[in-house]
Design a protein. Structure first.
Length: 527
């Protein structure tokens, strides 16, 4: 991933060369100022590092909090010792020149700078690290605007460098002399380029060649690009101004072209209006000619209509005479048909009279038959006591026979004979039952096979084509199909037609005759 440099002198590219191997690094940026312009830690933040930004100026602090939501941004001032009360702070809006020094603030006011007086809390780097920093701090950057290094020394006096050991400390200093406080804390000066001092902790100097990597200034081999608006980059404002001027010239040319197009369009519109006026004049002349032609056409149409009406009148008279002849013929035909229908009706009346006589004769026969059946029923009813007596006598005789010694002795013989006859009848019926069962099973298999084949056109076509090769199979399969269809039709008809109820006994016969008729029906059903 190519690094984008935001620092004025490519300090972030140099730091990334030395510390790029650290994953999820941590930094402390005291005097962080703007979150992007001139920032040493913006490139590290974009590479996944996180840290603490210390900036007492409210405007810059708001920008830091908006641009770096993952960082801890503190609006405090740093000193060698924490203060018990807020101290005056002179903020120069929108710049990094804010200060705690009243004399410097006065000089800024004299230079027409807008200076705002605020109050901020004083704290130490030791307190900030104890509250917000992990044990491993990879970068400490101090930029407090001091020319002689005393302010940086005061800030470092508020940090226990034996407890907190930042790997790299960057101080903004113009001279090249090392800071004695850092040398005493076992830090060595890796590079002093006239703008910054780069110090490396003594125990980390040999790790990954940290001191050696910081000893050389940033170069193109580090593989970084400059952010937009970087002071070392080509000024884009001039290019933007040229582009805006080009766009303005293009817009003016386009406006002129549109103006000329509008003038040409107006000229074409005037020409079109003249052509429209000429066309309207020609249209008026053509309309007058058309009116004259229309009048002549109307006269011709009237003449043709008169001729046509005369022809239609003559045709109507002929048609009327023809229709009168046809109506007369039709009336004669209707009269003949009426006479024929009258004869037919008379014949039907005679037939109905004959049928009525036959029905009366049949009614007399039925009445005589009913009287005869009533007499027979009465006779049967009179014979019932005798029949009951004979039945009682037969029952007595049968009970006496059952109680006799000979009947009881011959009972095993009778039972054996009955079982023998039953076995013979059962054996005689078995071949028929087996044959009937086999026939039913075969028909069922054939019926299901035929349904299966008929439901699949491809299989049916295949079987018909192969059966045609065996001549004796064609009539056999055709006969089988017709029998199966006939049996299905018979079953469907039997299921659809309800069974006829048994004839009821006439309501005119006596109860005794009704009982005899019911006995006869039961015997007939049992037989």
């Amino acid at each position: 991933m190519i690094l984008t440099s935001y620092a004025d002198n490519f300090e972030d590219a140099l730091l990334w060369r030395a510390l790029g191997h650290v994953q999820d690094g941590f930094y402390i940026d005291a005097g962080a100022a703007d979150p992007e312009r001139g920032s040493l830690t913006c490139a590290l933040y974009n590479q996944g590092w996180r840290g603490i930004n210390i900036e007492p100026a409210h405007t810059l602090l708001r920008r830091l909090r908006a641009a770096r939501p993952a960082d801890t941004c503190l609006g405090v001032a740093l000193a060698a010792a924490a203060g018990s009360a807020p101290v005056p702070f002179y903020e120069v809006a929108g710049s990094g020149r804010s200060t705690l020094d009243a004399e410097r603030a006065g000089a800024l006011r004299a230079a027409s700078q807008a200076v705002l007086l605020r109050e901020v809390e004083l704290t130490t780097l030791d307190a900030v690290c104890a509250a917000h920093a992990p044990q491993a701090i990879h970068l400490l950057h101090l930029d407090v605007g001091s020319a002689d290094g005393q302010a940086e020394a005061a800030l470092l006096a508020g940090l226990d460098l034996q407890r907190w050991r930042p790997w790299v400390i960057v101080l903004k200093r113009a001279d090249t002399a090392p800071l004695a406080a850092l040398l005493a804390a076992r830090y060595q000066l890796a590079q002093a380029d006239g703008v910054n001092h780069f110090y490396v902790a003594g125990e980390r100097a040999a790790d990954h060649g940290l001191a050696a990597k910081l000893a050389l200034p940033a170069q193109p081999a580090d593989g970084f690009v400059l952010c937009e608006g970087h002071p070392r980059a080509w000024p884009l404002e001039e290019l933007r101004a040229r582009l805006a001027a080009s766009h303005a010239a293009t817009a003016a040319a386009e406006a002129e072209r549109l103006h000329q197009s509008a003038l040409a369009a107006n000229a074409r519109a005037d020409l079109a209006d003249a052509r429209v006026a000429a066309a309207e004049a020609r249209a008026d002349t053509a309309e007058a000619i058309a009116d004259a032609r229309h009048t002549i056409d109307d006269l011709l149409v009237r003449v043709r209509d008169a001729d046509k009406r005369a022809e239609e009148t003559a045709q109507w008279a002929n048609n009327h005479a023809r229709d009168a002849d046809l109506r007369a013929e039709h009336s004669e035909q209707q009269l003949a048909e009426a006479r024929l229908q009258a004869g037919t009706l008379e014949q039907r009346v005679n037939e109905q009279a004959q049928r009525a006589g036959q029905m009366e004769q049949r009614a007399g026969e039925l009445a005589s038959e009913l009287a005869h059946m009533t007499a027979r029923a009465s006779g049967a009813e009179s014979q019932l006591p005798g029949l009951h007596a004979r039945a009682a006598q037969a029952e007595t005789t049968l009970q006496a026979t059952y109680a006799s010694l000979s009947w009881r002795i011959t009972r095993p013989l009778r039972w054996g004979k009955f079982q023998l006859l039953r076995s013979v009848r059962y054996a005689r019926r078995q071949p028929g039952r087996v044959r009937a069962f086999a026939v039913r099973a075969g028909k069922g298999v054939l019926r299901r096979s035929m349904r299966y084949v008929i439901a699949r056109p491809k299989l049916s076509f295949f079987l018909r084509r192969n059966a045609a090769r065996l001549p004796f199979m064609v009539p056999l399969l055709r006969s089988l199909k017709m029998r199966l269809e006939a049996s299905q039709n018979v079953q469907a008809t039997a299921a659809a037609v309800p069974s006829a109820p048994p004839p009821s006994a006439p309501s005119q016969i006596p109860d005794a005759a009704r009982q005899v008729l019911a006995d006869l029906r039961r015997r007939a059903s049992h037989s």
